[in-house]
Design a binder for this molecule. Sequence first.
Ligand code: GMT
Length: 382
Amino acid sequence: MKIAIVCYPTFGGSGVVATELGIALAEQGHEIHFITYKQPVRLQLLHSNVHYHEVTVPSYPLFHYQPYELALSSKLVNMAKLHEIELVHVHYAIPHAYAGYMAKQMLAEEDIFIPMVTTLHGTDITLVGNHPFYKPAVTFSINNSDAVTSVSQSLKDDTLRLFNIKKKIHVVPNFIDTKKLDNSFSDCERDLIASVDEKIITHISNIRKVKRVDDVIEIFDRIQKKMPAKLVIVGDGPEKKSLELLCKNKGITEKVLFVGNSHEVDKILCFSDMFILPSEHESFGLVALEAMACGVPVISSNAGGLPEVNIQGESGFLSDVGNVDEMSENAIKILQDPEMLLKFKKKAKSISKRFETKAIVPMYEEIYKNALNALSVKKNNP
Ligand code: GMT
């Protein structure tokens, strides 16, 4: 099948999932065309079935805002015609589903009919998409997709609660190639970060308010009062400066490493003893799954889809958003007991295998087949 994948190319979870999906589909023999404004960070163009088409938005003095959706839908039309694309899969509703719908309509004018699959990822529904500025357009483009998927049951429930949706939503969880993350490094280079007796706690995010990274620092502060420990914060975002100040005020600057965005998340997780994700909203928590696949127990909030990934008392512990007392107690309980830590590490890794790429990607292939069949039935019975 020739499939166009529209996504954000950045470090965010939706772009990572879209890229890994495209790569996995290409390995199955599909021809994949990524359409976005920059080469996706997880994409190395080494596969013959993988193509990347950049969307550029030329600036013009009249434009106060550059019309990205317009450029994207035109690019989709051009690429669909040039490469005989059979299906478009858009990740993150805003503005991708809207641009995809416009492209579909333009192509239909030329008797080219292509189904659009929309995957909802989280903030496109729970934060940004829900704003009255965007809500009508998001509702419209979800209802006019040929198939809709969401990355967790929780996100599906949120979508049905917040929007007037007439389409069936299929839950297709995020996935991971556990073999790639199976701590295959002979040496995790742990000593670059911490001494032998220090525990390493990790957090990975785009450091926005919704991630509650100040809670991570509070929990770490309590941990390091009980045992030698280091905190590694991976990622970049608007809250970073104020968090650095918070560490300074707590007198723990020397123990907290802000390492920025990283292409070596697996290496960092390889030497981590615990992962903390206390988010306000989290439709799935792909980073928690990545941590689990590396055998790292997770202390998280119970927001959104996190309970579908991090299993209470097995791969880690979950608490109500903001309950840093309980999160700290649970973290210390695991870290202080080597036997318990080992048990959680093993269980985290085994639970992550439920989300193995080869179990999930066929679910998308099935949805593609059904969308194509439904469209051909429609074409034959106008
Ligand atoms: O976590 C983020 O803020 C990035 C965001 C994105 O859209 O790139 O992540 C969302 O999609 C990920 C992949 O499906 C999910 O694992 C994250 O839970 C979700 N983030 C939120 O719901 C806050």
